[in-house]
Ligand binder design. Structure first.
Ligand SMILES: Cc1cc2nc3c(=O)[nH]c(=O)nc-3n(C[C@H](O)[C@H](O)[C@H](O)COP(=O)(O)OP(=O)(O)OC[C@H]3O[C@@H](n4cnc5c(N)ncnc54)[C@H](O)[C@@H]3O)c2cc1C
Length: 379
């Protein structure tokens, strides 16, 4: 067993750290708005880290998208700038179905542009009435008529308004299929989603009879949910990695504060109760990091087979991040509550992570089912 990252991954980590430091001076300003900041896009493009989100054959950095490399980058970026982390991750999340099942034309047209950030990707699943229960979606591709169209509404979709294409999951007869909808498609319109506690580039899509052809379909008819599942199996652990980055940054800030802040004649750090909160946080961060790295490593070889592990890593790490930032705010007292201070931003940033890409309770169900199935098979 080797707990060291190899040279290539250490190099990726260092480049991600440098990128995070480069955006640090503008991070608070960027994360106070839900519009994409051009400087973030430019810095990410310049770093070439988005090349990790597509395979080498189409301008990517590694032969196949490497879940562990994605985790290592997100851990560094998320602790500094929410928008930077999201932009990086969504290049992969929005394009992976094309990597996996797209036609040669789709791959050649879009993947090199995703890698270089000339094009921004998005994945549109959620609808006003269909969140965790994806199968209840009502957006429909009408492909049994002469002119094919998509009709429906998508809500809370990352990168709406700035994306160049949307991998869009819709009902097609009795199954769900994925279609590639270009941002300039006729009868496709955008509205902003409500502003979140941690602003995010987010919006709603209205597909009012958007014209499509067979060339828009990603992979085979009726296999859309499978492609989305494959996407999540590669990227789910990386939400856990982003959560580790957020928690680590919060702990670093809290430690710096309690070492210098004096009450009752000594630094807060010397109050045993404060030390206990910090020790619990450190231990939980280390647990989360190991779990995330292990899950991502397993997903490298067999993403679908590792789904229980990546789901576990996602919910455990995001729940830990929630607890850690809360403790960090607590030990900083009133200074932890100042709006737009680094610690307050992390406190808000940690919260949505427990909901998107599989809410904790939904993922616990995935893990419990895998546990019971494994036990049953062992009998
Ligand atoms: C910042 C952000 C970015 C997003 N980006 C995208 C995007 O790019 N593309 C996209 O398609 N969607 C996106 N979403 C939507 C996201 O995927 C949904 O919020 C998520 O799927 C949960 O759905 P919901 O919010 O409708 O919650 P609901 O499905 O209404 O669930 C609410 C709560 O009920 C509980 N619950 C639900 N189902 C179960 C169950 N089976 N068992 C136990 N408990 C359950 C959980 O506690 C859950 O948190 C984004 C959301 C956010 C906040």
């Amino acid at each position: 067993m080797d707990f060291e990252l190899d040279r290539d991954l250490l190099d990726v980590q260092e480049r991600a750290r440098e990128l995070a430091s480069a955006v640090a001076p503008i991070a608070a300003e960027v994360d106070s708005r839900s519009q994409l900041d051009g400087r973030i896009r430019d810095q990410l493009a310049e770093s070439q880290l988005a090349r990790l989100t597509v395979p080498a054959e189409f301008g990517g950095a590694t032969a196949q998208v490497d879940p562990l490399a994605i985790c290592i980058v997100r851990e560094q970026l998320a602790g500094e700038c929410n928008q930077l982390d999201a932009l990086f991750a969504l290049q992969g999340i929005g394009s992976y179905s094309i990597t996996l099942a797209g036609s040669s034309e789709q791959r050649e047209t879009w993947l090199p542009r995703v890698a270089s950030l000339d094009a921004i990707a998005a994945l549109a699943i959620t609808e006003p009435h269909a969140g965790s229960d994806v199968r209840s979606m009502t957006s429909t591709a009408h492909t049994d008529v002469d002119e094919w169209t998509i009709q429906g509404d998508k809500a809370f979709i990352s990168n709406v308004g700035v994306a160049d294409f949307y991998a869009t999951l819709v009902r097609e007869r009795d199954h769900l299929s994925l279609f590639l909808v270009a941002a300039d498609a006729p009868r496709l319109s955008f509205t902003a989603s409500p502003e979140l506690i941690a602003p995010h580039v987010l919006g709603d899509l209205t597909l009012a009879g958007v014209p499509i052809t067979a060339a828009n379909r990603i992979g085979e008819a009726g296999r859309g949910l499978e492609y989305v599942g494959a996407t999540l199996s590669v990227f789910r652990a990386s939400v856990g990695a982003a959560a580790v980055g957020v928690a680590q940054r919060a702990l670093d800030i809290a430690v710096a504060h309690v070492r210098t802040r004096r009450q009752f004649g000594k630094p807060l750090a010397e109050q045993p109760a404060v030390g206990a909160l910090l020790a619990d946080s450190w231990a939980e961060i280390e647990m989360a990091r190991l779990l995330v790295y292990q899950a991502a490593w397993l997903a490298r070889g067999d993403p679908i087979g590792a789904l229980a592990r990546t789901s576990m890593a996602k919910f455990a790490a995001t729940e830990i991040a929630g607890r850690v930032v809360d403790r960090c705010v607590q030990v900083m007292g009133r200074f932890g509550l100042i709006r737009n201070s680094p610690i307050e931003r992390l406190y808000r940033q940690a919260r949505p992570m427990r909901i998107y890409e599989g809410a904790t309770e939904v993922l616990r169900g995935v893990v419990a089912r895998a546990l019971i199935k494994e036990a049953g098979l062992g009998l």
